[in-house]
Design a protein around this ligand. Structure first.
Ligand SMILES: [Zn+2]
Ligand SMILES: [Zn+2]
Length: 313
């Protein structure tokens, strides 16, 4: 792949995010950073450094809809914007979608036993929309599709970290643009998000994520250009480390379930020192572990007074 990496600052704890300029039959930018002035300057500088300017970009392709990746879709007047169809909801932000999204989180957090006064706060924080782009998608990319203008560059649907997540595999070199599927220095968070079909059914994000890592493993990718940090070549080793860490965390959760508990109760024990600061994220992680334990037959749950109560089998 003729690929030029552009590192962009973000206001998020994760730090810098990567965008990649790829010259094929079409000049395509993969991911576009958060919608901040600093990221815009860095993006412009990076594109200039590669010998182009913003107007030359013919296509922006998104790995997923998160604001650190999908902000500056608004900066390219001549570009088509492509991504998974779920991204489009987050770009358009219709009142109907925002209401649906808020109701979805409200219902889920209630089931997790989160008190009403915290629910509003989490729903709001999750709703910080100003760093998202606002340009609707020109076209959707599905699992298995080839990226227009890049023969042999194939999209692979890899949900879990985000419901819209795609990686792009170059079938001639077996290199991939990987978004946040696998990162060098941190585990990708299995965030709870509304489902792709906009129903009431909660996707089991950590199970999806682990399945996506298995897909990545089976693709035998030689090198992955990641959304944050360095490229990764020793991919199988890192996948093993991530899955093993999940397994140990699941054992911890099983220990905490010495009696039936809500997701909030488990979270407060599992993430005692950080849950107050990062309640939405830690609840997502705990719920992911509980889903895996349920999948593996160690745990079951029932609804008691409107709250999901988990217990060992
Ligand atoms: Zn992300
Ligand atoms: Zn990211």
């Amino acid at each position: 792949m003729n690929i030029h990496k552009i590192v962009l600052p973000t206001p998020y704890p994760i730090g810098d995010v990567n965008a990649f300029l790829v010259k094929g039959d079409t000049l395509t930018l993969f991911d576009a950073g958060p919608k901040t002035q600093e990221a815009y300057e860095a993006l412009k500088w990076g594109i200039n450094e590669a010998g182009y300017n913003m107007k030359d970009i013919e296509q922006v392709v998104l790995t997923h809809h998160h604001p650190d990746h999908a902000g500056w879709v608004d900066a390219f007047p001549n570009a088509d914007i492509l991504g998974h169809e779920y991204v489009d909801h987050w770009m358009r932000k219709t009142e109907e979608f925002i209401t649906y999204r808020n109701n979805f989180y409200h219902k889920q957090l209630k089931l997790q036993a989160v008190p009403e006064k915290y629910i509003e706060k989490i729903v709001q924080v999750r709703g910080e929309m100003e760093l998202f782009g606002t340009t609707p998608l020109t076209a959707f990319i599905n699992d298995g599709d080839e990226v227009p203008g890049h023969p042999g560059l194939k999209a692979v649907y890899t949900p879990g970290h985000a419901q819209s997540h795609l990686i792009f595999l170059d079938q001639s070199t077996n290199e991939a643009i990987g978004g946040d599927l696998l990162l060098e220095n941190v585990a990708s968070n299995p965030l709870v998000e509304p489902p792709v079909d906009l129903s009431e059914t909660r996707p089991k994000s950590l199970i999806q994520y682990q399945d996506s890592l298995k897909i990545l493993h089976d693709l035998h990718v030689s090198k992955i250009y990641t959304g944050h940090g360095n490229e990764i070549e020793d991919i199988d080793r890192l996948i093993t480390i991530r899955l093993e860490k999940d397994r140990l965390r699941a054992l911890q959760v099983l220990e905490i379930l010495n009696k039936p508990k809500s997701v909030l109760e488990v979270t407060m024990e599992l993430y005692a020192s950080v849950y107050q600061k990062q309640l939405g994220l830690t609840l997502s992680k705990t719920l992911g572990q509980l889903d895996c334990l349920e999948r593996d037959g160690f745990v079951t749950h029932e609804i008691v007074d409107g709250i999901n109560i988990y217990s060992r089998i």
